[in-house]
Design a protein around this ligand. Sequence first.
Ligand code: PGA
Length: 254
Amino acid sequence: MKKILIAGNWKMNTILPEAINLSKSIVEGIKGTDLKVQILICPPFVNLIPVYDIIKGSPIKLGAQNCHYADKGAYTGEISVPMLANVPCSHIIIGHSERRKYFSEIDDILNKKLKAVLNANITPVFCIGETLEDRQNGYAFKIIEWQLKEGLKEISNEDIEKIVIAYEPIWAIGTGIAATTEQIAEAHSFIRNILLKMIGKQAKNMLILYGGSVDATNSQSILEIPDVNGALIGGASLKANTFLSIINTAQNLV
Ligand code: PGA
């Protein structure tokens, strides 16, 4: 049976009452459902604990959007993995392209973050993906391979297997134009093959999500692609009805 994870990345959206309403609507929306897919929501840091109070007891998992790699110390404005573990968060997004672009998070920093997250037994959702320029110049696959190899450097095979990979072509994020199913299928099978070479057949169990303008209208064709194990959803995860509709689509595919 295909494993599917539907993850909502709320980014820097939702003040507290909005986060409460959105999470309540999602909990209500799945009540009584025999859930066969995993659901993850990633609110902003300040809303993690109140959202946790709403989703606890439900199958919905809670994730953070970023973390620091040090356990504690003089890093003004940062949030550590132990703080997030204590919420508790089960997942942390690492290396989202917006972090790479606006906050200069380079491969080496992301590698440190991945290690810190794995060390705390939290599941990283590790984002990779090329820019439009990379794709137009024919470098998309070189970039993907580089990000994977550098990000996963010196991490044991056993730990790599626990990581959720999110392929998010940057040109498809927030643009309303998702990659085509052919482009997604090609990239996901390329990523799966790299992972197979890195850690062997255990890589077949790894979840590889697609992200970039996933919505209720395209989710079925994307989630049907063999090497796609779910979606990382930005804009469409902020509307409960749309997010629930994508979950419903995924439910029908497993
Ligand atoms: P989007 O964002 O669904 O709004 O394109 C996806 C993401 O950045 O994770």
